[in-house]
Design a protein around this ligand. Structure first.
Ligand code: ZN
Ligand code: ZN
Length: 410
């Protein structure tokens, strides 16, 4: 093996008062990352381009050397599930969400408070899959509040989302109707079908007994679906055949598969109670363990490894800097502790970075650059890996699409 890319989702952050005006990466105790940093070059990266606020799919598409393309997320995520797709099938990424009513259109919570358990999601989906519309469709819940929705047939993907703009959220917190983005009859037809479906979704869910139970427990009802990332064909992306990938979220699994990587995965632990952070720690533990095992077993068969750890993004969205710091410390204690010895011994290069910044205090992704660590066994210098040091590092300023060229991962 020549190189390992570790992406910590949403790693970049801004100073936070709960951490004495430090970022989670600055505040975290990371002796193993520090060891690597000491023998690394450090820099900072705009995953897509400066002033652009990336979604995870846009960021990884750029980092893997592709031009930014729209309409990918639904297809990428659907490829990460066992749903079989044919050309023309319209795939969308879905959030199980809470709104006040179809009349008022206010979004109360885009993720229903992250309290949707796996079994509830399955029950709701079973009910929703019975809805009658003029075409076949399948709704598949994936992880926590997430799901994939596929309409079978020859649809258009030139349609808008019903979701508020994720990262450029203005004053409006209202759902929109899905609209055709061109004059094509098929785009209009597609938008109509989806709007009809979404209305029915609300009708079915609003008075569902499970929601009555949730309300009694003081939880938000699940009464709407937010859909985005419409796609009717497999996105055309560069191939990375000699890579392995450790991925467990539908987006990263689908993305890695489409790139031709060999995917190593695990079944995401079920969310049984409403404590989503207990669930996240459990899956982070599994992910670090699987990464280590996969590298040990397969380093001779592959040239490169792509490890994407999703958990670090969530505390950013929830303004939980202490959780984020703890996750970074956990990854340091496990994965980086292993990599420090493994990579040094086997002379493997390592890149550690984020796919975008998710500053806790903003509770969303931001355009701030992400720090990049490139371990290449360079002579030890006094270096620390965090957002501030990254700006001064010898690796300099990088655009996502140039990262692999810069570090020689080709
Ligand atoms: Zn991300
Ligand atoms: Zn995020």
């Amino acid at each position: 093996m020549k190189g390992i890319l570790v992406i910590l989702d949403g790693l970049g952050d801004l100073p936070h008062k709960q951490l004495n005006e430090k970022t989670p990466l600055e505040a975290a105790e990371t002796p193993n990352l520090d060891f690597l940093a000491n023998r690394s070059e450090i820099g900072y990266m705009y995953p897509v381009k400066p002033s652009f606020i990336p979604e995870s799919d846009e960021a990884i598409i750029s980092i893997f050397g592709n031009e930014l393309i729209s309409s990918t997320r639904g297809r990428l995520e659907a490829h990460g599930t066992e749903i079989k797709l044919t050309r023309g099938d319209l795939a969308l990424r879905v959030n199980f969400a809470t709104i006040d009513s179809l009349k008022k259109k206010n979004i109360i919570d885009r993720r229903a408070g992250r309290t949707l358990t796996t079994s509830e999601a399955e029950i709701f989906a079973e009910e929703l899959n019975k809805i009658k519309i003029p075409c076949e469709f399948i709704l598949k819940p994936t992880i926590q509040h997430r799901g994939v929705l596929v309409f079978r047939g020859g649809f258009s993907d030139n349609i808008s989302s019903n979701d508020i703009s994720l990262n450029l959220r203005g004053d409006s917190n209202k759902i929109k109707s899905v609209k055709a983005l061109d004059d094509d009859e098929n785009s209009q037809y597609t938008a109509n079908i989806i709007n009809e479906f979404l209305e029915k979704v609300h009708e079915v869910l609003e008075n569902h007994p499970l929601n009555e139970e949730r309300k009694k427990k003081g939880l938000l009802p699940i009464n709407y679906l937010l859909v985005r990332g419409a796609g009717i064909e497999k996105p055309k992306l560069k191939f990375y055949r000699n890579w392995l990938s450790v991925a467990y979220m539908p987006l990263e699994i689908g993305f890695s598969k489409i790139l031709g990587m060999k995917v190593f995965s695990f079944k995401y632990p079920k969310l049984k109670k409403i404590d989503v952070y207990a669930n996240l720690h459990k899956s982070l533990k599994k992910a670090c363990k699987l990464s280590i095992k996969t590298l040990k077993k397969n380093h001779k068969k592959f040239d490169y490894a792509y490890i994407h750890l999703k958990e670090t993004d969530l505390p950013g969205h929830d303004n939980k800097p202490l959780e984020k710091k703890e996750m970074i410390e956990y990854i340091d204690k496990t994965l980086f502790n292993f990599l420090k010895k493994f990579a040094v011994k086997k002379k493997i290069k390592i890149v550690v970075t984020g796919d975008h910044s998710t500053p806790c205090k903003l509770k969303r992704h931001s355009a701030d650059p992400v720090p990049v660590l490139f371990y290449n066994d360079s002579p030890p210098k006094e270096k620390i890996f965090d957002e501030k040091e990254a700006r001064k590092g010898t690796l300099g300023r990088i655009l996502g699409k140039d990262l692999f060229k810069k570090v020689g991962f080709v």
